[in-house]
Design a binder for this molecule. Sequence first.
Ligand SMILES: [Ca+2]
Ligand SMILES: [Ca+2]
Ligand SMILES: [Ca+2]
Length: 423
Amino acid sequence: MRSESSNTRAGALARLGRAGAVAGAVAVSTLVLAASPASAADQTKSFQPVRKTEHALIFRVRGVMPDRVIAAWTRLRGRGGKGHAVEHRLSVSRVRSAARRRGLLRVSRPRSIGGGRLTVQLAGASQPAPAGASQPAPPPSGCEVDPATLTAVGCSVLRQDTATATNPEAGLWGNIESAADSRYQHLSSGGDPGPMATAASQGNVAYRRLTAIDGDNFWGERCELGRNEHRYGENTGSQTAGTFALYRAGDHKLTFFSQRYPTSFPTDATGWQTVMQMKQTQPYDYNGGGGPVLELQLWQGRLYLQNSWSVKWSTTAPAKSVWIRYALDVVYSTDPAVGSVTVYVDLNGDGDALDAGEQSPQIHTQTVVSETADPAGQSSDTDGITPGQPIPDHLRIGIYHNPSISCPSPGCSVDVDNVQVVG
Ligand SMILES: [Ca+2]
Ligand SMILES: [Ca+2]
Ligand SMILES: [Ca+2]
């Protein structure tokens, strides 16, 4: 079964209508404080539609300070509750504009959609790392990122892809999630010359290239490696039903990967652009917030670490046309007092994470989300995750961005190589 939905493609759902006044809207709205804010510091507000038309859901955005809006998304459900709910981000500027006017926000819906909910995330005061929180057992002694070499020689390799195999799916990523498989290329030379996490050479110069072109639509404008499916584990042998890497509550793993951004890459884009996700893995019913629990975004000339669309850290965008090595040291937990993430990134491509802006602090945050109840009742809960259970994250890598970013043919590409998950 496809991971995010078994019926319609989200492309149709992604086409959003213009914000604008709608005459005669019913002056009834429901404002609910979400039970599980995206982070302890931030707040979300959810809105039911005040009106449905044949082609749109109309929301009234009120009780929201426009400048505090940092993310917004809709969660749309099929008619009769059929199919998985589908989440879509909305432009923050659109939502701010509606909030400023205390006005109406119109979101188009295809015929297959019965209803949905708008959630707006509001920035809160940042909170310090909780004191006295118990931590899971650390990885083996010596298993830690050495920022001078961007290696972790004391760790065991759990997952690896150095692009030796032409096919990235079998036994590895499971799926090329793009508008067409031709958006993926395997190139036999010019790969990352740097060492693996083990400090050994990759032993090859191959790499993978992922491209998105304007108009592409695979649940949005994207080309990523990674199957959004937790039920079949991590792929082995020729298996493709599973995914590349899963991260479960209680894990402490280090994830290394290298990316290269061509000179034409839209690092300065004014819309969001994701280059790596550790995202809660389908299928699930989770509705406690929007967005991947962890992701790296590259836009506005900055690299952002985001947690459920809340920015936790940012730094200058990495250099272009050179291989950029990343390492994320993550403790996976639903408890923000236990979960943590530290980012290492070789922004200038000189082989270390010792230059200015190349290391984040250790950031305490939720890194795994908890399942919520099946809205159709527990007798309908067939996704394998019961309410309250942690939903494993999975690794996705490539390009996924706001379709407003200009990427005419031949498109915008991210080169990927030298991936290891160690612990
Ligand atoms: Ca390689
Ligand atoms: Ca460096
Ligand atoms: Ca469930």
